[in-house]
Design a protein around this ligand. Structure first.
Ligand code: NDP
Length: 254
């Protein structure tokens, strides 16, 4: 049955930034198709874990601040130790700062690159350890349409550059590790209803432009990204690697 290809029964997945927003949508979706999902974020969210467990999902939690340069290696080691393997890594934790480039604060630039680029590189690097031993694994990085286009009206050059780096890192890993049974793909979401976009959707100068730029007359949800993640993490996409799947309601058509 074609639906069997989407099953992740018996697989172990680690999702960063998983306690809310897109990361939680992805974690929940992977759990729904059978994966044991290890959720990570800076602060534990016992209520989120309790509700996933109450729904019958196999979930664990490990705290890690991805801004800390040693966190990626420690997180992957701890996650792999839980079940003795790591089948799926979803690099979702990310931050966004807006602001003109000519006055963008050095500290904001550094932090954005530390979380959005350096941590993603290091977490992929760490996950390649167990995945190479297993001769199998799936890496899924959450990029953005901002890695392809310059969003308007808000200036966000540093964020855009960070997401373009995620896309190219993904393609490079796909090419370099395909022969070892490891696939690497990315999802480039458009505007998704999360804490990250809440102030933008509430901004009367931004929200109408965001919506006018999006052909489908709706705002994306974390579940829309979760559905794409199930495809890219499962056997359904066994012949797909190096892809950046745009899930944006058509934003990048305009
Ligand atoms: P949210 O801000 O809603 O959630 C971010 C998640 O990441 C939370 O679980 C947060 O938990 C965690 N997090 C934040 N900073 C860190 C850190 N330093 N270390 C570890 N975990 C951290 O974000 P979204 O769900 O909106 O975005 C998720 C990803 O999707 C990001 O990479 C973002 O760039 C990307 N994206 C989002 C879009 C959107 O429209 N929302 C569009 C395109 C891409 P805690 O605070 O407890 O650590």
């Amino acid at each position: 049955m074609i639906l069997d290809l989407f099953s992740l029964a018996g697989k172990v997945a680690l999702v960063t930034g998983a306690t809310r927003g897109i990361g939680l949508g992805v974690a929940q979706a992977l759990a729904e198709v059978g994966a044991h999902v290890i959720l990570s974020s800076r602060m534990p969210k016992p209520d989120v874990m309790a509700s996933l467990q109450a729904a019958g999902h196999k979930v664990s939690y490990i705290a890690a601040d991805m801004e800390d340069p040693v966190a990626p290696a420690q997180l992957v080691a701890d996650a792999t130790a839980l079940h003795g393997r790591l089948d799926i890594l979803v690099n979702n934790a990310g931050i966004a700062y807006h602001g003109d480039t000519h006055s963008f604060a050095e500290a904001d630039y550094r932090r954005l690159m530390d979380v959005n680029v350096d941590a993603v590189f290091k977490t992929c690097q760490a996950a390649l350890g167990p995945m190479r031993l297993q001769k199998s694994g799936v890496i899924l990085n959450i990029g953005s349409i901002s890695g392809f286009v310059s969003n308007i009206p808000q200036p966000q050059a540093a964020y855009n550059a960070s997401k373009a780096a995620v896309h190219m890192l993904t393609k490079s890993l796909a090419s370099d590790y395909a022969s070892e049974g490891i696939r690497a793909n990315a999802i480039a979401p458009g505007y998704i209803d999360t804490d990250m976009t809440a102030s933008g959707f509430a901004n009367p100068e931004w929200s109408p432009i965001w919506k006018a730029m999006t052909p489908l007359p709706m705002v994306g949800t974390p579940r829309d990204i979760g559905a794409a993640a199930v495809y890219l993490c499962s056997e359904a996409s066994r012949y797909v690697t190096g892809e950046v799947l745009v899930v944006d309601g058509g934003y990048t058509t305009r």
